[in-house]
Design a protein around this ligand. Sequence first.
Ligand code: HEM
Length: 320
Amino acid sequence: MNEPELNPASPGDTGFGQSGLAAQAVDAIENLSGVHPGYRRAHAKGVCCRAIFRPSGLASPFTTAPHLQEQEVPAVVRFSGSSTNPVLADVLSPAKGMAVQFSLPGGGVTNLTGATFPVFFARTPESFLGILRAAHKAQEGRLGPLELIKEITTHFSESRESLFAIKALKPPASYAESRYYCIHAYYFADPEGALWPVKFEWLPDAGVRTLSVPAAAQQPENYLAEELELRFKDAPAVFQLAAIFGGEGDPTDDPTRAWPEDRRRIDLGRLYITGIIEEPAGLVMDPTAIPAGMALTDDPILNFRHDAYNDSYRRRSEGR
Ligand code: HEM
């Protein structure tokens, strides 16, 4: 594999007022979906679990990240439905999330957030805002359904693959039987300092299983948390963390585009999730919190999420 070219742009700085734009993005979510005081402005309904990550040791030639070496580390996992509504029935938000916060051996934490769709619908924070504002206009009747489709396909054609993938999602049988894509590219920094573009996926040992329409219709509102609770009485829920290495020409700055299927994969280790816990105070799954041995790419959405998540945290921790 070739050593990737380093992008000279400093991560987190995309050249515009990130904080102002983040507040606008969170406002746009609220305008579209309402405000649920004290809750996350996205993925409001969720369940936290305790877990242990056991690294395979295979990552060592590519990264010095401390949680991916030899030593097992504790982690907190939060599974969630993607809706902003904290009491929506599980079947009504087919897109699910899995956010993992690893405790690092030397102190501190790092986060990895995944979702059950492989690509995101917006390439930049500005297009995220544009899409949400168009959806809001349609909700208020200022744009018809066909005009909305035209607006999105004309101005935001990059969102097509993601919107199709989200539309095709079926309700999962279990949070533990879903595959989660971490979507953004990151860099691994190896012991010599060379950077390797990588994406991550969580693959369930139990396989992927979804519900038929009649089965979904019979599920209680909170079937996913209830199913986890029962599952943990017998055994942990186990996921493999896979790293996928970017090849020549694979974009590192575009979360709307998947990399080709044939890219090299390695098994980074397994996450053993053993029980449900209360949500730890101050939990923010900021995907830009990374340890030494990793670097952020110039993906504008990845970098933008830092301010958006902190803005949402500020609002919900103030009871707004
Ligand atoms: C413009 C891009 C995005 C915006 C503005 C955004 C916004 C948000 C906000 C405001 C929250 C709540 C944060 C909190 O209060 O702690 C959140 C949570 C979440 N988002 Fe995003 N998001 C974006 C992209 C993504 C992408 C690409 C993924 C998929 C990997 C994703 C997956 C999640 C998950 C899994 C959670 C729940 C985290 C938890 O359980 O604490 N988001 N998002």
